[in-house]
Design a protein around this ligand. Structure first.
Ligand code: SF4
Length: 461
Protein backbone atom coordinates (compact mmCIF):
# COMPACT_ATOMS: atom_id res chain seq x y z
CA UNK A 1 0.00 0.00 0.00
CA UNK A 2 1.27 3.49 -0.90
CA UNK A 3 1.97 5.57 2.21
CA UNK A 4 0.03 8.79 2.83
CA UNK A 5 1.77 11.68 1.11
CA UNK A 6 2.76 14.38 3.59
CA UNK A 7 1.94 17.99 2.79
CA UNK A 8 5.21 19.92 2.28
CA UNK A 9 5.76 22.74 4.78
CA UNK A 10 7.82 25.91 4.96
CA UNK A 11 11.09 25.21 6.86
CA UNK A 12 10.92 26.26 10.51
CA UNK A 13 13.71 28.85 10.22
CA UNK A 14 11.72 30.65 7.51
CA UNK A 15 8.53 30.58 9.57
CA UNK A 16 9.97 32.35 12.60
CA UNK A 17 10.21 35.78 11.05
CA UNK A 18 7.51 35.73 8.41
CA UNK A 19 3.77 35.34 8.10
CA UNK A 20 4.19 33.28 4.91
CA UNK A 21 1.92 30.27 4.56
CA UNK A 22 3.29 27.21 6.36
CA UNK A 23 1.42 24.38 4.60
CA UNK A 24 2.52 24.52 0.98
CA UNK A 25 0.05 22.20 -0.73
CA UNK A 26 0.54 19.17 -2.96
CA UNK A 27 2.19 19.15 -6.36
CA UNK A 28 0.14 17.57 -9.14
CA UNK A 29 2.13 14.36 -8.88
CA UNK A 30 1.64 14.16 -5.10
CA UNK A 31 -2.10 14.74 -5.48
CA UNK A 32 -2.51 11.98 -8.03
CA UNK A 33 -0.53 9.48 -5.95
CA UNK A 34 -2.51 10.37 -2.81
CA UNK A 35 -5.79 10.12 -4.75
CA UNK A 36 -4.79 6.61 -5.87
CA UNK A 37 -4.90 5.48 -2.21
CA UNK A 38 -8.68 6.01 -1.99
CA UNK A 39 -10.58 2.69 -1.98
CA UNK A 40 -13.66 4.29 -3.62
CA UNK A 41 -15.87 2.76 -0.91
CA UNK A 42 -19.41 1.88 -2.10
CA UNK A 43 -20.97 3.30 1.06
CA UNK A 44 -18.35 5.93 1.89
CA UNK A 45 -18.26 6.84 5.61
CA UNK A 46 -16.16 9.93 4.84
CA UNK A 47 -19.15 11.57 3.09
CA UNK A 48 -21.41 11.08 6.13
CA UNK A 49 -18.69 12.46 8.41
CA UNK A 50 -18.30 15.63 6.31
CA UNK A 51 -20.68 18.35 7.61
CA UNK A 52 -21.24 19.40 3.99
CA UNK A 53 -21.55 15.83 2.69
CA UNK A 54 -19.12 16.51 -0.16
CA UNK A 55 -19.02 13.53 -2.54
CA UNK A 56 -15.44 12.77 -1.53
CA UNK A 57 -14.78 9.53 -3.47
CA UNK A 58 -16.17 11.08 -6.67
CA UNK A 59 -13.93 14.16 -6.52
CA UNK A 60 -10.92 12.03 -5.54
CA UNK A 61 -11.55 9.72 -8.51
CA UNK A 62 -11.40 12.74 -10.82
CA UNK A 63 -8.16 13.91 -9.18
CA UNK A 64 -6.69 10.47 -9.80
CA UNK A 65 -7.71 10.70 -13.45
CA UNK A 66 -6.37 14.25 -13.81
CA UNK A 67 -9.83 15.69 -14.44
CA UNK A 68 -9.46 18.62 -12.05
CA UNK A 69 -12.26 20.72 -13.49
CA UNK A 70 -14.77 17.96 -12.78
CA UNK A 71 -13.29 17.46 -9.28
CA UNK A 72 -13.74 21.21 -8.60
CA UNK A 73 -17.32 21.10 -9.83
CA UNK A 74 -18.16 18.22 -7.48
CA UNK A 75 -16.65 19.96 -4.45
CA UNK A 76 -18.26 23.27 -5.33
CA UNK A 77 -21.73 21.73 -5.58
CA UNK A 78 -21.61 21.14 -1.79
CA UNK A 79 -18.94 23.54 -0.60
CA UNK A 80 -18.53 27.05 -2.01
CA UNK A 81 -15.47 27.83 0.14
CA UNK A 82 -12.93 25.04 -0.45
CA UNK A 83 -10.14 27.64 -0.23
CA UNK A 84 -11.01 27.96 3.45
CA UNK A 85 -12.01 24.40 4.36
CA UNK A 86 -8.99 22.98 2.48
CA UNK A 87 -6.75 24.98 4.80
CA UNK A 88 -8.39 25.17 8.20
CA UNK A 89 -11.05 22.45 8.56
CA UNK A 90 -10.21 19.88 11.27
CA UNK A 91 -10.42 16.97 8.82
CA UNK A 92 -8.92 14.59 11.35
CA UNK A 93 -12.09 15.04 13.45
CA UNK A 94 -14.50 15.05 10.48
CA UNK A 95 -14.19 13.15 7.15
CA UNK A 96 -10.70 11.70 7.69
CA UNK A 97 -11.68 10.31 11.10
CA UNK A 98 -14.20 8.05 9.34
CA UNK A 99 -12.02 7.02 6.37
CA UNK A 100 -11.95 3.24 5.93
CA UNK A 101 -8.19 3.32 5.35
CA UNK A 102 -7.72 4.93 8.76
CA UNK A 103 -8.93 1.76 10.53
CA UNK A 104 -5.66 -0.04 9.80
CA UNK A 105 -3.33 2.76 8.78
CA UNK A 106 -3.35 6.38 7.67
CA UNK A 107 -6.58 7.83 6.21
CA UNK A 108 -6.62 9.39 2.76
CA UNK A 109 -5.46 13.03 3.00
CA UNK A 110 -8.85 14.40 1.93
CA UNK A 111 -7.86 17.81 3.23
CA UNK A 112 -4.73 18.07 1.07
CA UNK A 113 -6.64 16.88 -2.00
CA UNK A 114 -9.42 19.41 -1.50
CA UNK A 115 -6.83 22.15 -1.05
CA UNK A 116 -5.04 20.99 -4.21
CA UNK A 117 -8.24 21.30 -6.22
CA UNK A 118 -9.19 24.68 -4.78
CA UNK A 119 -5.68 26.03 -5.52
CA UNK A 120 -5.88 24.64 -9.05
CA UNK A 121 -9.28 26.27 -9.47
CA UNK A 122 -8.06 29.66 -8.23
CA UNK A 123 -4.96 29.56 -10.44
CA UNK A 124 -7.24 28.99 -13.43
CA UNK A 125 -9.71 31.70 -12.44
CA UNK A 126 -12.41 29.05 -12.65
CA UNK A 127 -13.96 30.11 -9.38
CA UNK A 128 -17.37 30.96 -10.85
CA UNK A 129 -20.58 29.03 -11.22
CA UNK A 130 -21.15 27.59 -14.69
CA UNK A 131 -24.57 29.24 -15.00
CA UNK A 132 -25.23 32.75 -13.68
CA UNK A 133 -28.82 32.86 -12.41
CA UNK A 134 -31.29 35.62 -13.19
CA UNK A 135 -32.95 37.35 -10.23
CA UNK A 136 -36.28 35.82 -11.09
CA UNK A 137 -37.90 35.34 -7.71
CA UNK A 138 -38.71 39.02 -7.04
CA UNK A 139 -37.85 38.62 -3.36
CA UNK A 140 -34.88 39.89 -1.45
CA UNK A 141 -33.00 38.48 1.51
CA UNK A 142 -30.68 40.31 3.90
CA UNK A 143 -27.77 38.42 5.38
CA UNK A 144 -26.08 39.89 8.42
CA UNK A 145 -22.43 38.79 8.54
CA UNK A 146 -20.10 37.68 5.77
CA UNK A 147 -18.43 34.67 7.36
CA UNK A 148 -18.78 31.08 6.14
CA UNK A 149 -22.43 30.69 7.29
CA UNK A 150 -23.54 33.95 5.66
CA UNK A 151 -21.65 33.33 2.43
CA UNK A 152 -22.98 29.78 2.07
CA UNK A 153 -26.54 30.98 2.55
CA UNK A 154 -25.96 33.82 0.06
CA UNK A 155 -24.62 31.41 -2.57
CA UNK A 156 -27.60 29.05 -2.26
CA UNK A 157 -30.18 31.86 -2.34
CA UNK A 158 -28.55 33.67 -5.27
CA UNK A 159 -28.34 30.43 -7.25
CA UNK A 160 -32.11 30.06 -6.74
CA UNK A 161 -32.78 33.52 -8.16
CA UNK A 162 -33.21 35.58 -4.97
CA UNK A 163 -31.80 39.06 -4.59
CA UNK A 164 -29.25 38.87 -1.78
CA UNK A 165 -27.53 41.64 0.20
CA UNK A 166 -24.84 40.87 2.77
CA UNK A 167 -24.30 43.44 5.53
CA UNK A 168 -20.78 43.34 6.95
CA UNK A 169 -19.64 45.44 9.93
CA UNK A 170 -15.97 45.50 8.87
CA UNK A 171 -14.49 47.08 5.76
CA UNK A 172 -13.88 43.72 4.09
CA UNK A 173 -15.96 40.53 3.81
CA UNK A 174 -14.85 37.15 5.12
CA UNK A 175 -15.76 37.03 8.83
CA UNK A 176 -13.56 34.96 11.15
CA UNK A 177 -11.46 33.49 8.31
CA UNK A 178 -10.50 37.08 7.45
CA UNK A 179 -9.86 38.62 10.84
CA UNK A 180 -9.40 35.58 13.07
CA UNK A 181 -7.13 33.24 11.10
CA UNK A 182 -3.50 34.25 10.62
CA UNK A 183 -1.96 34.75 7.22
CA UNK A 184 0.40 31.77 7.73
CA UNK A 185 -2.64 29.46 7.79
CA UNK A 186 -4.91 31.25 5.34
CA UNK A 187 -3.39 34.00 3.16
CA UNK A 188 -5.82 36.88 2.71
CA UNK A 189 -5.29 37.15 -1.03
CA UNK A 190 -6.30 33.49 -1.37
CA UNK A 191 -9.38 34.06 0.78
CA UNK A 192 -10.46 37.18 -1.12
CA UNK A 193 -9.97 35.48 -4.50
CA UNK A 194 -12.08 32.62 -3.16
CA UNK A 195 -14.95 35.04 -2.50
CA UNK A 196 -14.99 36.42 -6.06
CA UNK A 197 -17.79 34.08 -7.03
CA UNK A 198 -20.16 36.27 -5.00
CA UNK A 199 -19.65 39.05 -7.57
CA UNK A 200 -20.45 36.61 -10.35
CA UNK A 201 -23.65 35.68 -8.53
CA UNK A 202 -24.50 39.37 -8.23
CA UNK A 203 -24.62 39.20 -4.43
CA UNK A 204 -24.48 42.71 -3.01
CA UNK A 205 -21.93 43.14 -0.20
CA UNK A 206 -22.36 46.26 1.93
CA UNK A 207 -19.30 46.73 4.14
CA UNK A 208 -18.92 49.11 7.12
CA UNK A 209 -22.57 48.58 8.02
CA UNK A 210 -22.98 47.64 11.66
CA UNK A 211 -26.44 46.19 12.15
CA UNK A 212 -27.69 47.45 15.51
CA UNK A 213 -25.91 50.78 15.01
CA UNK A 214 -25.70 51.96 11.36
CA UNK A 215 -28.98 50.20 10.61
CA UNK A 216 -31.30 48.08 12.74
CA UNK A 217 -33.22 44.90 12.02
CA UNK A 218 -36.36 47.05 11.96
CA UNK A 219 -34.74 49.16 9.21
CA UNK A 220 -34.05 46.03 7.15
CA UNK A 221 -37.65 44.86 7.55
CA UNK A 222 -39.00 48.27 6.55
CA UNK A 223 -36.60 48.35 3.59
CA UNK A 224 -38.57 45.47 2.12
CA UNK A 225 -36.33 42.50 2.85
CA UNK A 226 -38.57 39.45 2.78
CA UNK A 227 -36.33 37.40 5.06
CA UNK A 228 -33.20 37.92 7.14
CA UNK A 229 -30.43 35.48 7.99
CA UNK A 230 -28.37 36.32 11.07
CA UNK A 231 -24.85 34.97 10.64
CA UNK A 232 -23.25 37.35 13.09
CA UNK A 233 -20.75 34.88 14.54
CA UNK A 234 -19.45 34.90 18.10
CA UNK A 235 -16.69 37.46 18.51
CA UNK A 236 -17.35 38.87 21.96
CA UNK A 237 -14.37 37.71 24.07
CA UNK A 238 -14.92 35.72 27.23
CA UNK A 239 -12.91 37.00 30.15
CA UNK A 240 -11.32 35.05 32.98
CA UNK A 241 -12.96 37.37 35.51
CA UNK A 242 -9.79 37.60 37.62
CA UNK A 243 -8.01 40.67 39.05
CA UNK A 244 -5.67 42.51 36.69
CA UNK A 245 -7.37 41.68 33.40
CA UNK A 246 -7.41 45.40 32.52
CA UNK A 247 -3.65 45.91 32.94
CA UNK A 248 -1.64 47.20 29.98
CA UNK A 249 -0.11 44.34 28.06
CA UNK A 250 -3.11 42.04 28.55
CA UNK A 251 -4.95 41.42 25.29
CA UNK A 252 -7.99 39.44 24.35
CA UNK A 253 -7.23 37.09 21.47
CA UNK A 254 -9.91 38.60 19.22
CA UNK A 255 -8.38 42.09 19.43
CA UNK A 256 -4.84 40.72 19.10
CA UNK A 257 -5.73 38.73 15.97
CA UNK A 258 -7.80 41.54 14.49
CA UNK A 259 -4.83 43.92 14.77
CA UNK A 260 -2.57 41.39 13.09
CA UNK A 261 -4.82 39.79 10.50
CA UNK A 262 -7.00 42.67 9.44
CA UNK A 263 -4.89 45.72 10.25
CA UNK A 264 -1.54 44.00 9.48
CA UNK A 265 0.07 45.34 12.64
CA UNK A 266 3.15 43.24 11.90
CA UNK A 267 3.90 45.76 9.12
CA UNK A 268 3.73 48.77 11.50
CA UNK A 269 4.90 51.55 11.05
CA UNK A 270 5.86 51.44 7.33
CA UNK A 271 2.86 49.70 5.76
CA UNK A 272 0.30 49.75 8.59
CA UNK A 273 -1.02 52.40 10.99
CA UNK A 274 -1.96 49.86 13.65
CA UNK A 275 0.69 49.04 16.26
CA UNK A 276 0.93 46.01 18.47
CA UNK A 277 3.09 45.68 21.54
CA UNK A 278 4.52 42.20 21.96
CA UNK A 279 7.79 41.64 23.74
CA UNK A 280 9.63 39.61 26.34
CA UNK A 281 7.91 36.53 27.67
CA UNK A 282 4.46 36.17 26.14
CA UNK A 283 1.92 34.02 27.97
CA UNK A 284 -1.19 32.79 26.18
CA UNK A 285 -4.12 31.44 28.21
CA UNK A 286 -6.27 28.78 26.52
CA UNK A 287 -6.08 25.46 24.71
CA UNK A 288 -7.98 25.86 21.45
CA UNK A 289 -6.93 26.69 17.91
CA UNK A 290 -7.16 30.40 18.69
CA UNK A 291 -4.64 30.05 21.54
CA UNK A 292 -2.24 28.24 19.20
CA UNK A 293 -2.72 30.87 16.45
CA UNK A 294 -2.04 33.68 18.89
CA UNK A 295 1.08 31.99 20.27
CA UNK A 296 2.47 31.44 16.77
CA UNK A 297 1.79 35.08 15.88
CA UNK A 298 3.68 36.17 19.02
CA UNK A 299 6.67 34.08 17.92
CA UNK A 300 6.66 35.87 14.56
CA UNK A 301 6.29 39.28 16.22
CA UNK A 302 9.61 38.83 18.02
CA UNK A 303 8.67 37.56 21.49
CA UNK A 304 11.67 36.26 23.44
CA UNK A 305 9.65 33.21 24.47
CA UNK A 306 6.03 32.10 24.33
CA UNK A 307 4.21 29.83 26.80
CA UNK A 308 0.67 28.52 26.57
CA UNK A 309 -1.06 27.97 29.91
CA UNK A 310 -3.85 25.40 29.73
CA UNK A 311 -5.90 24.16 32.66
CA UNK A 312 -6.25 20.57 31.46
CA UNK A 313 -3.66 18.22 29.88
CA UNK A 314 -2.57 18.01 26.26
CA UNK A 315 -4.99 15.11 25.72
CA UNK A 316 -8.01 17.35 26.38
CA UNK A 317 -6.75 20.29 24.31
CA UNK A 318 -9.32 21.15 21.60
CA UNK A 319 -6.61 22.55 19.29
CA UNK A 320 -5.72 20.59 16.15
CA UNK A 321 -2.76 18.28 16.69
CA UNK A 322 -1.08 19.39 13.48
CA UNK A 323 -1.09 23.01 14.66
CA UNK A 324 0.17 22.05 18.14
CA UNK A 325 3.04 20.21 16.45
CA UNK A 326 3.84 23.23 14.28
CA UNK A 327 3.70 25.54 17.32
CA UNK A 328 6.19 23.33 19.16
CA UNK A 329 8.49 23.31 16.13
CA UNK A 330 8.37 27.12 16.24
CA UNK A 331 9.45 27.14 19.89
CA UNK A 332 6.15 27.56 21.74
CA UNK A 333 6.21 26.02 25.26
CA UNK A 334 3.23 24.52 27.08
CA UNK A 335 2.37 24.54 30.75
CA UNK A 336 -0.51 22.13 31.34
CA UNK A 337 -2.80 21.86 34.38
CA UNK A 338 -2.14 25.54 35.07
CA UNK A 339 -4.82 28.16 35.69
CA UNK A 340 -4.22 31.93 36.12
CA UNK A 341 -5.89 33.41 39.20
CA UNK A 342 -4.47 36.96 39.08
CA UNK A 343 -2.55 39.22 36.70
CA UNK A 344 0.06 41.21 38.61
CA UNK A 345 1.04 44.70 37.40
CA UNK A 346 4.06 46.96 37.92
CA UNK A 347 3.97 50.55 39.21
CA UNK A 348 3.03 51.78 35.70
CA UNK A 349 -0.01 49.55 35.44
CA UNK A 350 1.62 47.12 33.04
CA UNK A 351 1.43 43.38 33.53
CA UNK A 352 4.63 41.80 34.88
CA UNK A 353 3.56 38.39 36.19
CA UNK A 354 0.69 35.94 36.55
CA UNK A 355 -0.31 34.17 39.73
CA UNK A 356 -1.43 30.66 38.81
CA UNK A 357 -2.65 27.55 40.56
CA UNK A 358 -1.97 23.94 39.67
CA UNK A 359 -4.97 21.83 38.63
CA UNK A 360 -5.80 18.14 38.69
CA UNK A 361 -8.41 16.36 36.62
CA UNK A 362 -11.64 15.20 38.24
CA UNK A 363 -14.67 13.41 36.74
CA UNK A 364 -15.94 14.36 33.25
CA UNK A 365 -18.02 17.56 32.87
CA UNK A 366 -20.89 18.25 30.42
CA UNK A 367 -18.38 18.38 27.51
CA UNK A 368 -17.19 14.84 28.26
CA UNK A 369 -13.72 16.09 29.19
CA UNK A 370 -12.38 15.65 32.71
CA UNK A 371 -13.07 18.68 34.84
CA UNK A 372 -10.00 20.62 36.08
CA UNK A 373 -9.95 21.13 39.86
CA UNK A 374 -7.57 23.52 41.67
CA UNK A 375 -5.06 21.95 44.07
CA UNK A 376 -5.14 24.02 47.31
CA UNK A 377 -1.81 25.59 48.23
CA UNK A 378 -0.24 24.98 44.79
CA UNK A 379 -0.08 28.64 43.71
CA UNK A 380 2.95 29.72 41.68
CA UNK A 381 4.12 32.81 39.78
CA UNK A 382 4.92 33.03 36.08
CA UNK A 383 6.76 36.13 34.79
CA UNK A 384 4.95 37.68 31.84
CA UNK A 385 5.55 40.82 29.76
CA UNK A 386 2.57 40.29 27.47
CA UNK A 387 -0.53 38.19 28.12
CA UNK A 388 -3.16 37.08 25.62
CA UNK A 389 -6.42 35.59 26.87
CA UNK A 390 -7.80 33.07 24.38
CA UNK A 391 -10.46 31.16 26.29
CA UNK A 392 -13.32 31.58 23.83
CA UNK A 393 -15.94 33.97 22.56
CA UNK A 394 -19.67 34.47 22.72
CA UNK A 395 -22.26 36.30 20.63
CA UNK A 396 -22.17 40.07 20.50
CA UNK A 397 -25.88 40.97 20.80
CA UNK A 398 -25.41 44.41 19.16
CA UNK A 399 -27.21 43.32 15.96
CA UNK A 400 -30.38 42.68 18.00
CA UNK A 401 -30.40 46.16 19.56
CA UNK A 402 -33.88 47.66 19.55
CA UNK A 403 -35.34 44.34 18.44
CA UNK A 404 -36.47 42.38 21.52
CA UNK A 405 -38.40 39.69 19.61
CA UNK A 406 -35.47 37.31 19.22
CA UNK A 407 -34.80 35.04 22.16
CA UNK A 408 -31.28 34.35 23.41
CA UNK A 409 -30.13 31.32 25.40
CA UNK A 410 -28.54 31.60 28.85
CA UNK A 411 -25.17 31.45 27.10
CA UNK A 412 -26.15 34.42 24.91
CA UNK A 413 -26.51 32.44 21.67
CA UNK A 414 -29.54 32.94 19.41
CA UNK A 415 -32.35 30.45 20.01
CA UNK A 416 -33.63 28.83 16.79
CA UNK A 417 -35.95 26.03 15.77
CA UNK A 418 -33.40 23.19 15.37
CA UNK A 419 -35.22 21.90 12.28
CA UNK A 420 -35.62 25.15 10.32
CA UNK A 421 -33.14 27.55 12.01
CA UNK A 422 -35.92 30.14 12.24
CA UNK A 423 -35.62 32.41 15.29
CA UNK A 424 -38.48 33.38 17.57
CA UNK A 425 -39.40 36.06 14.98
CA UNK A 426 -41.04 34.74 11.81
CA UNK A 427 -38.90 35.29 8.71
CA UNK A 428 -35.66 35.85 10.61
CA UNK A 429 -33.30 32.88 10.65
CA UNK A 430 -29.91 32.39 12.29
CA UNK A 431 -26.96 30.03 11.96
CA UNK A 432 -23.25 29.50 12.45
CA UNK A 433 -21.46 30.41 15.68
CA UNK A 434 -24.25 32.86 16.59
CA UNK A 435 -26.36 29.77 17.31
CA UNK A 436 -23.81 27.12 18.29
CA UNK A 437 -21.33 29.36 20.14
CA UNK A 438 -18.46 27.82 18.21
CA UNK A 439 -18.15 25.38 15.35
CA UNK A 440 -15.90 24.42 12.46
CA UNK A 441 -16.01 26.30 9.15
CA UNK A 442 -17.77 23.35 7.48
CA UNK A 443 -20.36 23.13 10.26
CA UNK A 444 -21.07 26.86 10.01
CA UNK A 445 -21.41 26.52 6.23
CA UNK A 446 -23.81 23.61 6.61
CA UNK A 447 -26.09 25.81 8.76
CA UNK A 448 -25.96 28.50 6.06
CA UNK A 449 -27.06 25.99 3.42
CA UNK A 450 -29.78 24.65 5.69
CA UNK A 451 -31.07 28.13 6.53
CA UNK A 452 -31.19 28.99 2.81
CA UNK A 453 -33.32 25.90 2.21
CA UNK A 454 -35.84 26.92 4.87
CA UNK A 455 -35.77 30.60 3.87
CA UNK A 456 -36.76 29.50 0.36
CA UNK A 457 -39.57 27.39 1.82
CA UNK A 458 -40.69 30.34 3.95
CA UNK A 459 -40.70 32.67 0.93
CA UNK A 460 -42.53 30.17 -1.26
CA UNK A 461 -45.54 29.91 1.03
FE1 SF4 B 1 -11.84 6.94 -0.01
FE2 SF4 B 1 -11.53 6.88 2.69
FE3 SF4 B 1 -13.76 7.91 1.62
FE4 SF4 B 1 -13.31 5.25 1.45
S1 SF4 B 1 -13.68 6.44 3.34
S2 SF4 B 1 -14.09 6.61 -0.18
S3 SF4 B 1 -11.08 5.24 1.26
S4 SF4 B 1 -11.68 8.71 1.37
Amino acid sequence: MVERIKMPELPVERRLKSFDEVALGYSEEMARVEASRCLQCKNPPCVKACPLNVNIPAFIRHVREGNYEKAAEIIRSSNCLPVITGRVCPYERQCESACTLGKKGEPVSINALERFISDWELSRGFCIPAKIPEKTKGKKVAIVGSGPAGISAAERLALEGYEVSIFEALHMPGGVPLYGIPEFKLPKDVLLKGLKFLDELDVEILTNVVIGRTLTLNDLLSDGYDAIFLAIGANYPLSLGIPGENLCGVYFASEFLMRINLMRAYKFPHESDTPISVYGHVVVVGGGDVAIDVARCAVRLGADSVTILYRRTEKEMPARKVEVRRAREEGVHFSFLSQPIEFIGDENGRVKAIKCIKMELGPPDETGRRRPIPIPGSEFIVDADTVIVAIGQTVNPLALRGFPHIKLSKKGTIVVDPETLETTYSGIFAGGDAVTGSSTVAMAMSTGRKAAHFIIRHLSR
